[in-house]
Design a protein around this ligand. Structure first.
Ligand SMILES: Cc1cc2nc3c(=O)[nH]c(=O)nc-3n(C[C@H](O)[C@H](O)[C@H](O)COP(=O)(O)OP(=O)(O)OC[C@H]3O[C@@H](n4cnc5c(N)ncnc54)[C@H](O)[C@@H]3O)c2cc1C
Length: 327
């Protein structure tokens, strides 16, 4: 089997950007994606709006047109699908990478749910949306608790506790309240987190007028079938409850990174080790791209600022090849 020059793990926006850069450089490449195209975006809330303007989400120089000031999930899926078709990207969907074995510095065997591939270089662009940060509290495993929010109608006329204070939690709180849900926010800090600037007055006013109840400096400590317990500055509070949305953030699949042999910082950031000039990891010929680079700090990298990883990596691969052919 002839090895690919580059095998890209993950068909999110940044994996696609890497594919485009590889194609433009004349490299043989393949993108492997465990779900559908841009699987993370597919799993976002239905009515989610990006905080970025459309042009900041563009890849491969293809214009992203949106009628709204900020595009939504649906438009973004259309855009990345059209970009994939436009470039005729080489991609296999619903094929998860399980292991990457390195035989010599630039020889990898990649094993997926469907087969084996040989590659000279591997780019890991696996994102962070598949693994929620757990609350580790009793009752978290109940079916009424979810770490993902899809759409508001389901929660109409229900008692809903939402844990979190960032964009996902605040968007969900407002949408659900507007569809008749009785929403209580449980916020660890003393204020709303960093949210889209046009959303902030909306949530602050809803809390102030009492439409959405918010417990600050509080934590959810237990979930039972019909109620929940909170620890608040005023002591333990028990509330009637139908559903819990624990929108407490997500984290990269560290187990997968370790299986790939990528070193991770021993501190709480668990930042994967890579050279910021080339994006090469501790394994020669294995690169990191996109939001996975931040480790637990998932607010460091976005599409906006990580799409440039693609060109950096492909330039590094080309330079490496040139050096090898000259030596
Ligand atoms: C709700 C939300 C809103 C956001 N809004 C913005 C915004 O407005 N602007 C902005 O710039 N950024 C935003 N971000 C951040 C960023 O857009 C996303 O995280 C983006 O999807 C990152 O792209 P990525 O390609 O690095 O990772 P992802 O899009 O997560 O892609 C990783 C892909 O790898 C696949 N994968 C994982 N493991 C494997 C495996 N073993 N084998 C094969 N495939 C695998 C996954 O299925 C996934 O499709 C937002 C994030 C979230 C969660």
């Amino acid at each position: 089997m002839h090895p690919y020059d580059v095998l890209i793990i993950g068909g999110g926006p940044i994996g696609l950007a890497c594919g485009i850069a590889a194609q433009q450089a004349g490299l043989q490449y393949l993108i492997l994606e465990k779900g559908t195209l841009v699987n993370s975006l597919f799993n976002y809330p239905l009515f989610m709006t990006f905080f970025s303007t459309a042009e900041r989400l563009e890849i491969g120089g293809v214009p992203f047109m949106s009628l709204a000031p900020k595009p939504g999930r649906q438009e973004a899926m259309e855009y990345y699908r059209r970009v994939t078709a436009h470039y005729g990207l080489s991609i296999r969907l619903f094929e998860a990478v399980e292991t990457v074995e390195q035989t010599t510095p630039h020889q990898f065997t990649v094993t997926t749910t469907k087969g084996h591939y040989q590659a000279n270089n591997v780019i890991v662009a696996t994102g962070f949306y598949d693994i929620p940060v757990q609350m580790d509290i009793p009752g978290e495993e109940l079916p009424k608790v979810s770490h993902y929010y899809k759409e508001p109608h389901f929660y109409a006329f229900q008692d809903v506790v939402i844990v979190g204070a960032a964009n996902s939690a605040i968007d969900a709180a407002l949408e659900i309240w507007r569809r008749g849900g009785r929403v209580t926010l449980v916020i660890r800090g003393s204020e709303i987190g960093s949210v889209k600037y046009w959303i902030r007055p909306d949530i602050e006013n809803r809390i102030q007028e009492g439409s959405i109840r918010a417990y600050f400096n509080s934590t959810l400590v237990a979930v039972r079938d019909n109620e929940v317990d909170l620890d608040t500055p005023e002591g333990r509070v028990t509330l009637p409850n139908d559903w819990v949305l624990a929108l407490t953030g997500y984290q990269p699949d560290f187990e997968l990174l370790r299986r790939f042999g990528i070193a991770v910082a021993p501190d709480e950031s668990q930042c994967p080790v890579y050279n910021p000039d080339t994006m090469e990891t501790n394994r020669s010929g294995m690169y990191l791209a996109g939001v996975v680079c931040g480790g637990m700090d998932t607010r460091l990298w976005f599409i906006e600022n990580s799409r440039e990883h693609a060109d950096k990596i492909i330039q590094a691969i080309l330079a490496d090849r040139q050096a090898a052919s000259g030596s």
